[in-house]
Design a protein around this ligand. Structure first.
Ligand SMILES: NC(=O)c1ccc[n+]([C@@H]2O[C@H](COP(=O)([O-])OP(=O)(O)OC[C@H]3O[C@@H](n4cnc5c(N)ncnc54)[C@H](OP(=O)(O)O)[C@@H]3O)[C@@H](O)[C@H]2O)c1
Length: 257
């Protein structure tokens, strides 16, 4: 970090970086996009809700930033590849991939909601894998790059009943990040972010009404703004190239879990 002419603290090493963010249409991804664009990053916004992405891109551009909206479903590897290709076509490179798209469809294992379990595995785990596969060759060519994977405190602890499958996907993201770090050591930076209760649409993800009511109640009690995670992402990117922030755990101060 350094001081600008006006004495304001500015984050270095973000300006002009091309940052692809999945799940940029709401919550953490949207907040990260706004913060990174303010620091001069060129943000590539990926998610399924095109109207939201277009609106966000316009907002960022109105503030003097640079953004590209890419409609993509991360469960479809071709769409993820297309997003990476669009980023390279428009900006010539990709410096950072933020694997953020996610679903939290909590329910007890006894509920047998296998369709929602499939969706969580497809989005939270396979979506991350497709992101890695799509961007790795670009990083390889550049001999540089930064993977930022969004896990959760649910990737550190299991709260049952309810969290088991979501936690399994977030433990998996953490395991994958460690593998990524070891395999790419010396070339690419790898950061895993593990947030606690953060304000977003995530809390509405389950069709299990009893669980949803409990989750929404807990979020109302604890949640901190989505910008808190956006700032953590900015911090990781802003480090000098030789420094990799590997894990950041952040929770509301009042959160015990
Ligand atoms: N909020 C929290 O308390 C918290 C805590 C720990 C970890 N996290 C993690 O943070 C990440 C972001 O979640 P959030 O809290 O910001 O929730 P959110 O507001 O529900 O955002 C989820 C994002 O993922 C996108 N998405 C979902 N399915 C997708 C798909 N198939 N293809 C592409 N994009 C998809 C959604 O966009 P579309 O619907 O437009 O596709 C949306 O932009 C998730 O990985 C979540 O597990 C959140």
């Amino acid at each position: 970090m350094g001081a600008s002419k006006k004495g304001k603290i500015v984050m270095e090493n973000i300006k002009d970086k091309v940052v692809v963010i999945t799940g940029a249409s709401s919550g953490l991804g949207e907040a990260a996009a706004k913060i990174l664009a303010k620091h001069g990053a060129k943000v590539v916004l990926a998610a399924r809700r095109r109207d939201r992405l277009k609106k966000l891109a316009k907002e960022i551009e109105a503030e003097g930033g640079v953004a590209l909206a890419c409609e993509a479903d991360v469960t479809d590897k071709k769409q993820v590849e297309k997003t990476a290709a669009a980023a390279v076509e428009k900006f010539g490179r990709i410096d950072v991939l933020v694997n953020n798209a996610g679903l939290m469809a909590l329910s007890p294992l006894s509920s047998g909601k296998t369709d929602e379990w499939d969706r969580m595995i497809d989005i939270n785990l396979k979506g991350v894998l497709y992101g890695i596969a799509a961007v790795w060759p670009v990083f390889e060519k550049q001999n540089s790059g930064h993977f930022i994977n969004i896990s959760s405190v649910a990737g550190l602890k299991v709260s049952a009943p309810g969290n088991s499958v979501y936690s399994a996907t977030k433990f998996a993201v953490r395991a994958l990040s460690e593998g990524l770090r070891v395999e790419s050591a010396g070339k690419f930076r790898v950061t895993t972010i593990l947030p606690g209760y953060v304000e977003s649409e995530l809390k509405y993800g389950t069709s299990d009404e009893k669980t949803r009511d409990a989750v929404v109640g807990a979020y109302a009690k604890y949640e901190i703004p989505a910008s808190s995670v956006g700032e953590a992402i900015a911090y990781a990117i802003s480090q000098p190239d030789g420094t990799a922030i590997n894990e950041i755990v952040l929770r509301p101060t009042s959160q015990e879990f």
